[in-house]
Design a protein around this ligand. Structure first.
Ligand code: TXA
Ligand code: MG
Length: 343
């Protein structure tokens, strides 16, 4: 398949590329587009055949439901039923923005969007190109992250091209995304909403609007976290095995020194603060550790940076799990095969 690549001008609504992309979506093709979190791979959420193409392009297992993107609240009311008042309050506070609300589905979306569940995840992205495309197509768009399954999510159109060139009808280039980690997925079907996936809107942010928000017990379960080296990578995986280092900077330096002495070619992902203390040439900087938004924004790009021809192992600093740090550590833990913890 020939993949179109558009870099629209600033005059979004009138740019011919938006019309072209919308036309492809209406013809049941898939098109990648930027959002404020990561690039999404979009298809008409009401058409089974179109949605099927998302799974094929990504190589994604079809038992994982997709998030539906909308341009206005009217579209939410066409897809969901019995929408609780707390959900409206959250839409008002955080939309457009990185918050996905899981609501009761009314069955309008294609069955492969919801993977047979009675609920549906919906969000309004905060990106002018995404909103222009949604308006031009007039359709709600199902859109998972626009990466090959198992790879780090794309935060730049070049990442999408690397993964999906020849597999999708088009890619809209909107430059680097801002937030860097995916939206927060919040189940609003119970009286107390539950965070199913930490993301760009933090628990602290949500609790300014609603008194209590729970965190899914699967996210708290640390048992599944320290996985053994060599375990098959499944999520966000860089080319070389990723090891997380939990401890102070001296502990990090010890681990790095030891691996180098053993003859390993080590790539390092570090904050500017840690990097200043390292005497090492393969360091990828992920921003300042006191500005976790910066780290979130760089995270997936640095995970893509090291190539397996250059390094045997990647050592990565860990971050506090407050604010967007919860999302950063959730993704890093999934991407890692091993955790080195200070005794
Ligand atoms: O920021 C984002 O959310 C990005 C951009 C493109 O919008 N999209 C994204 O989609 O990350 P995806 O498909 O990669 O992630 C969907 C997540 C999965 O964790 C899935 O299990 C959850 O949302 N999800 C979707 N619908 C759900 C539902 N009905 N019930 C529970 N979880 C749901
Ligand atoms: Mg994804």
């Amino acid at each position: 398949m020939q993949t179109r690549f558009w870099k629209p001008s600033q005059l979004l609504e009138t740019d011919p590329s938006i019309e072209e992309a919308a036309q492809l979506l209406n013809d049941r093709h898939v098109v990648a587009f930027p959002t404020e979190t990561v690039y999404g791979l979009g298809a008409d959420a009401t058409n089974v055949e179109a949605v099927q193409r998302i799974f094929e392009a990504k190589g994604r297992p079809s038992d994982n439901p997709l998030i539906v993107h909308v341009a206005d609240i009217h579209q939410v009311e066409k897809l969901a039923q019995n929408i609780p008042d707390r959900a409206y309050r959250l839409m008002e506070a955080f939309w457009p923005g990185p918050l996905t609300l899981v609501l009761e589905s009314n069955g309008t979306a294609a069955e492969n969007v919801t993977a047979g569940l009675s609920t549906i995840g919906i969000r309004m992205p905060d990106h002018p190109l995404a909103l222009a495309l949604l308006r031009a197509s007039g359709k709600p768009l199902a859109a998972p992250s626009a990466n090959r399954s198992g790879r780090p999510s794309p935060t730049d159109a070049a990442h999408v091209w690397q993964d999906l060139e020849g597999r999708v009808a088009g890619i809209l280039d909107g430059g680097a995304t801002g937030v860097g980690v995916e939206s927060t997925v919040l189940d609003c079907t119970s009286d107390t909403p539950v965070i199913l996936r930490p993301g760009g809107v933090t628990k602290e942010d949500l609790e300014k609007i609603l008194p209590i928000v729970d965190v899914d017990s699967a996210l708290k379960d640390k048992q599944e976290h320290p996985r053994s080296p060599g375990m098959k990578y499944t999520h966000y995986a860089p080319e070389a095995p990723l090891w997380l280092v939990k401890g102070d900077d001296e502990f990090f330096i010890e681990q790095l020194t030891q691996l180098k002495e053993e003859g390993h070619r080590v790539g390092v992902i570090a904050s500017t603060e840690l990097a200043e203390k390292l005497n090492h040439d393969r360091v990828s900087l992920c921003g300042s550790r006191v500005r976790l938004n910066e780290v979130a924004g760089r995270l997936y790009a640095v995970l893509r940076e090291f190539k397996k021809a250059e390094v045997d192992v990647i050592l990565c600093e860990t971050f506090p799990e407050t604010g967007v740090g919860a999302a950063i550590m959730n993704r890093l833990t999934k991407a890692s095969v091993h955790i080195l913890t200070q005794g």
